[in-house]
Design a protein around this ligand. Structure first.
Ligand code: ZN
Length: 207
């Protein structure tokens, strides 16, 4: 019996809402999935962007998890889905897998900590550059399907503020933004503008 089933997800599809019990584990094969904290005033800030290097819901192998954030597909993509109860049982029986889950969980905590520090201290332009690079790393091509709403969530700012920051990048010839599509014109310059978190988050993923 196969442990999991292949599934496809669509851009904009919510995988988990805050308060949902994580009854499945998604092993992302392709595409980008965000973890966003919605706040009472209607604002929201993205705390993580995951791609094929990550799984969602691994912690359910340790204990049942009620989601604290919104987990949403930001692009079309595919995943292998395993029911959490089955995954917990598989992990319980295999020490090597348990070690992997623990390592992944610690790495994700590191990413969360990096993201908390970034959101608190780093300026908007380097943060947007970092987030655009992370998104670019998880999709094909240099034309990114990015809504203003998603980019606002990347920074946790209003669309007006986002537009000012994006226009700054555009004025420097780094990106071109038109109606929901953002073209990366100069990836090297974008890397130079990004905060240190881009490199550090990459290291967490390498393990
Ligand atoms: Zn940063």
């Amino acid at each position: 019996m196969a442990a999991g089933e292949a599934c496809a997800f669509k851009a904009g599809q919510t995988l988990f809402d805050p308060g949902d019990t994580m009854d499945k584990v998604y092993f992302v094969v392709s595409g980008a999935v965000s973890v966003t904290m919605p706040l009472a005033d209607g604002s929201a800030v993205e705390v993580m962007l995951l791609g094929s290097e990550r799984a969602i819901g691994l912690m359910t192998a340790i204990a049942p998890v009620v989601t604290f954030a919104r987990v949403r597909a930001e692009t079309d993509g595919t995943a292998i889905v395993v029911p959490s109860a089955r995954f917990a049982k598989i992990v319980q029986d295999r020490a090597a897998l348990r070690k992997l889950v623990n390592r992944e969980t610690v790495q994700m905590m590191g990413e969360m900590a990096q993201s908390a520090a970034c959101n608190a201290v780093h300026k908007l332009e380097p943060r947007l550059a970092k987030s655009l690079l992370r998104f670019h790393d998880r999709v094909q091509g240099d034309e990114l399907a990015l809504t203003q709403e998603h980019m606002s969530r990347m920074l946790g700012v209003s669309r007006t503020t986002l537009n000012a920051v994006a226009q700054g990048l555009q004025a420097q010839g780094v990106v071109r933004y038109t109606r929901g599509r953002l073209g990366i014109l100069d990836r090297g310059k974008l890397e130079a503008l990004a905060c240190e978190c881009y490199q550090r988050l990459g290291k967490f993923q390498e393990g």
